[in-house]
Design a protein around this ligand. Structure first.
Ligand SMILES: Cc1cc2nc3c(=O)[nH]c(=O)nc-3n(C[C@H](O)[C@H](O)[C@H](O)COP(=O)(O)OP(=O)(O)OC[C@H]3O[C@@H](n4cnc5c(N)ncnc54)[C@H](O)[C@@H]3O)c2cc1C
Length: 433
């Protein structure tokens, strides 16, 4: 059995579906091959950052995402007795909030929207096994036959264990951490309407409100202690949560079974190339980040946006050439590497519970709240809407060695650091016919 398509996408996760939708809207014939044949029960990313909202608005799906998600502007950090906040509302423009949405719900929205386009094809139960002579070999669950896929381009969006990355001989650099997380969703008190990160001594609990009065939680445990937690039982789990946030009494306690709680092992890696001939990788296939900064899914969406724009433009102009894929790597690789560094720094700040690190973290948060420039840089860089690098001066302010800059930045100063269309899609200017 064989199939011909213009662009084959391996993996129907958030990255693959965003790219599929974007290409389908541009009338490119696109086929998404997904190994699963039903929604997965594994928890994955649920926090959407502002740039993702902008991309989804351009894809005409933002309204339905807003209807199915829970948006908020503030994430409060409780550090011992003190409270600090990260506030998206300091971002100028329409995308000054973040949003929580169940991962499978978001996938369903993207898939349903894409299925409305005649050039979009979705084959579930299709496991891509590898490449042979430049063609993709796929095993179909239902027909028990091998399918050969012939395409102009093959995009690996198959997550961490990417067969496309392997075919490209793209090597990864890995970062490992000394902690893991327990993660679970449960009903929330109505009053919990913003993100909350509670950190006390060696303990850390993150709470992020979902729609339908639910909350997603992440609880940090030192590496190698999962079995101990399991042995102590579900009541010990409840107790840890309620001690850190007493309002959860009567809510987290509704969890009755350890089976609902997932162990999440953070790693970060980045591939040394995203493109090779007619192959490209995106999302977790190309990079993973520590989950602390809530960026992984957003990076997959941003990759899909840039690569989708480039491929769409190739088909619209008739200048279809694998050489032009380099533009995608040029834009996305440095941005992804900046994001990995940012997430890594946040992860390190919570990796050690000694007094020195806790003191540095508290000082850093306090200075960030007082210093308007630092605060804005942090929110902008997390949002994905732009990038403003941190200088040595900033680091000294953060460490409390220089006074905080309390002057508010103007909207024009702030917008100056937003990515422009030319920065997102630089080939448009350089390659004008
Ligand atoms: C517990 C957890 C919490 C997270 N929290 C956040 C968060 O709050 N915010 C955030 O932004 N990110 C978060 N992330 C990261 C985020 O989920 C990922 O970065 C994001 O899902 C990556 O999307 P993707 O499309 O690249 O890959 P994936 O979501 O991994 O999708 C890959 C798809 O490819 C399919 N596939 C794999 N191999 C094949 C094959 N050979 N053939 C066919 N199909 C295949 C898989 O079944 C899957 O559907 C979290 C991740 C985890 C695990």
């Amino acid at each position: 059995m064989s199939l011909n398509t213009e662009v084959a996408i391996i993996g129907g996760g958030i990255g693959g579906l965003t790219l599929g939708l974007k290409l389908a809207q541009a009338n490119v014939d696109v086929t998404v091959l997904e190994k699963l044949d039903a929604p997965s029960s594994v928890y994955k990313g649920e926090l959407l950052q502002p740039k993702s909202m902008k991309i989804f608005e351009e894809l005409d799906v933002l309204d339905v995402i807003l209807d199915n998600g829970f948006s908020f502007s503030r994430i409060a950090f409780e550090e011992g007795e003190k409270e600090f906040a990260m506030d998206y509302s300091i971002l100028p423009g329409d995308y000054d909030y973040s949003l929580m949405i169940e991962h499978e719900k978001l996938k369903g929205i993207l898939l349903n929207q894409a299925l409305q386009y005649p050039h979009f094809h979705y084959l579930s139960g299709s496991l891509a096994k590898g490449y042979d002579n430049g063609q993709l070999m796929v095993e179909r669950k239902d027909v028990k036959k091998q399918l050969t896929v012939r395409a102009d381009f093959y995009i690996g969006a198959e997550g961490r264990n990417s067969i496309t990355r392997k075919e490209m001989n793209s090597k990864i650099k890995k970062i490992e951490y000394n902690h893991q997380f327990l993660t679970v969703t449960f009903p929330r008190p109505q009053s919990l309407e913003e993100g909350k990160i509670i950190s006390r001594n060696e303990r850390f609990l993150g709470l992020f409100p979902l729609p339908d009065a639910k909350v997603r939680s992440v609880y940090l445990i030192p590496e190698g202690t999962y079995k101990e937690h399991l042995k102590k039982g579900i009541h010990y789990f409840h107790k840890n949560y309620v001690e850190l946030f007493p309002e959860l009494e009567g809510y987290v306690t509704r969890l009755k079974n350890w089976k609902d709680i997932q162990l999440m092992i953070p790693t970060a890696f980045y591939a040394d190339k995203y493109v090779d001939g007619r192959l490209a990788i995106l999302g977790d296939a190309a990079h993973t980040v520590h989950p602390m900064a809530g960026e992984g899914m957003n990076m997959a969406i941003q990759d899909a946006d840039v690569l989708g724009e480039l491929l769409a433009e190739m088909y619209a102009s008739g200048r279809i050439s694998p050489d032009r894929l380099k533009w995608y790597e040029k834009v996305r690789k440095p941005r992804a590497e900046n994001m990995i560094s940012l997430s890594h720094l946040s992860a390190i700040a919570y990796s050690y519970s000694n007094r020195v690190i806790t003191g540095i973290r508290r000082k850093g948060l306090k200075q960030m709240e007082r210093d308007k420039t630092l605060q804005y840089k942090q929110m902008l860089n997390v949002s994905g809407l732009g990038y403003w690098s941190e200088s040595l001066w900033d680091r000294l302010i953060q460490a409390g060695m220089l006074p905080a800059r309390k002057t508010e930045l103007s909207a024009a100063d702030k917008s100056h650091y937003f990515y422009t269309e030319q920065e997102d899609y630089p080939w448009k200017k350089v390659e004008q016919p």
